[in-house]
Design a protein around this ligand. Structure first.
Ligand code: AMP
Length: 299
């Protein structure tokens, strides 16, 4: 079954204590779509400007990503820049040039409206609503967000939670949303806002799922060296929804394995700048790390 992914498509300029890489392929939808593409067909909806490099279009195409929903508009592509501290965890935004992203309205081509699996990757909640308004009864909708929307669009976000099956956020966002320091208390409060599945990401400490079948603690793959964690969260949720869409059986049964697959794809993302490492991964590489993670948590 196909996956529809709507989110940001960007050029990212990333600074770490050791390196600087300008104008990489970035954006929540780019990372998520590439991650999901390892498991089956993906449709991407986003917007770029006329300055968007052709080689990035070719990279999407190499991953079999359907670009009928990618708008190419007069103007500049969304440009985001961030800098990491020595610990490669704390990040500050240096620059956000919205360009064509400022007036982005996601229009779904008619053939996309029947997609059974939908990932509302990180964009303004009002745009995430607009996507759902166009869909015809999707089977499973998962949404991601960021602290910015909790600050400036909380009402829209809370309304969105009543319309999605699953919601993914990181631990600091969960704290901001619920005022709870305890992850399990936060999970309970977020369920009360609507979603059946809630996943709280804890960076290199993995993630926690709360679902009708109870909790699941998903490990992060143990990496010795992180080059650039930008997009790891997007890769996690992209891998997760890609795996779910292309695996027989229901979501309840498959979501734990889906998280493990998302975690593995996210680990590759951290090993290179932008999508440079992720785009070189093979199905065998993914399987190997999935087996390693399985061995790590079995007891
Ligand atoms: P993450 O590392 O998971 O926080 O995601 C990083 C990605 O988010 C980068 O590739 C950015 O291009 C993208 N991004 C940054 N700011 C925004 C924003 N305001 N809306 C949507 N995407 C953004």
């Amino acid at each position: 079954m196909s996956v529809l992914i709507v989110g940001s498509t960007a050029l990212d300029s990333i600074k770490t204590p050791k390196a600087e890489n300008p104008r990489l392929l970035g954006g929540s939808a780019s990372h998520a779509a590439i991650a999901a593409s390892f498991f089956g067909p993906v449709k991407l909806v986003g917007v770029v400007g006329k300055d968007f490099p052709k080689r990035y279009i070719q990279l999407y195409q190499k991953h079999g990503i359907d670009l009928k929903g990618l708008q190419i508009q007069e103007g500049k592509t969304f440009h985001w820049s961030g800098e990491y501290e020595l610990n490669m965890n704390n990040r500050r935004t240096l620059l956000t040039e919205l360009g064509v992203f400022e007036k982005f309205t996601p229009h779904l081509p008619d053939v996309h409206k029947n997609s059974p699996f939908v990932l509302l990757a990180n964009i303004a909640p009002a745009l995430q609503h607009h996507v759902l308004d166009q869909m015809r009864r999707p089977k499973f909708v998962i949404a991601d967000t960021m602290d910015l929307w909790l600050n400036i669009a909380l009402e829209d976000l809370v309304r969105l939670l009543k319309r999605v099956d699953a919601f993914v956020l990181n631990d600091s966002e969960a704290h901001q949303l619920t005022k709870e320091d305890n992850v399990f208390a936060a999970l309970r409060k977020i369920h009360q806002l609507g979603p059946k599945y809630v996943i709280i990401k804890k960076g290199s400490h993995g993630s926690v799922l709360s679902s009708p079948r109870g909790f699941f603690l998903c490990p992060a793959y143990p990496l010795h060296k992180v080059l650039d964690p930008t997009g790891a969260g997007d890769s996690f949720v992209g891998g997760l929804v890609g795996y779910l869409a292309h695996t027989k059986g229901n979501v309840d049964r498959n979501i734990r394995r889906a998280m493990i697959h998302g975690s593995v794809v996210a680990s590759f993302c951290c090993e290179g700048f932008g999508v440079t490492r992720t785009t070189k991964v093979s199905a065998k590489d993914i399987d190997r790390r999935v087996r390693e993670l399985e061995a790590l948590v079995r007891f």
